[in-house]
Write a protein that binds this ligand. Sequence first.
Ligand SMILES: [Fe+2]
Length: 218
Amino acid sequence: MSSPLRRRQFLKTSFGVAGALLASGAGAAEVCTKTVAQTEGPFYPGEGNILPVNDLTRVENASGPALGQVIYVKGVVRDLNCAPVAGVNVEIWQACASGRYNHDGDPNTAALDPNFRYWGETFTNDNGEYIFKTIVPGAYPADTDWDRPPHIHFRVAKRGYQELITQMYFDGEDLNSRDKILERIPARLRRDVIVAFAPNADEPLTQMGVFNISIEKI
Ligand SMILES: [Fe+2]
């Protein structure tokens, strides 16, 4: 089993609060807008298949690293008062660099990457932080007239909170503006699920993006 990514990967940046509004005036409460839910899609691997691994770029006995641009996706899971939530189960699943899911239901004929892990999970720490190491997934055809932009599926769950299933997108992708799922999201919520990636100072040739998530108590 791969060891968890090290704590130092959390750069000492101050996390922006996605969708946060700080009302003016003494004693005003901070409010975090709930991250918009999106379809699970047809390729969720199933709870029993999600592995407790947050580095998707390496597989045991692999012939090499996964294909594609290596990225870190990190963020803070907060409640709607913007308080960090510890112990949240964060699962991700995605296509490999060619745009193929490792799922029997994927009709895409693009090549699978045997050195990519395709899904993983982690838990937020005491500060509500999570991090994954993965690659930028490829775009893939969802229909004859519709290519899905690169995206990563998220399932975020903790007892006492509403489960959130959503998708994270990459800023600057041309397909974002033509995606039939993304375009249905109101603009002010859409901004929160499109993440800008930048060179990662901690590791050459990798990129880092921050995807903060807000969940609601039951
Ligand atoms: Fe997908």
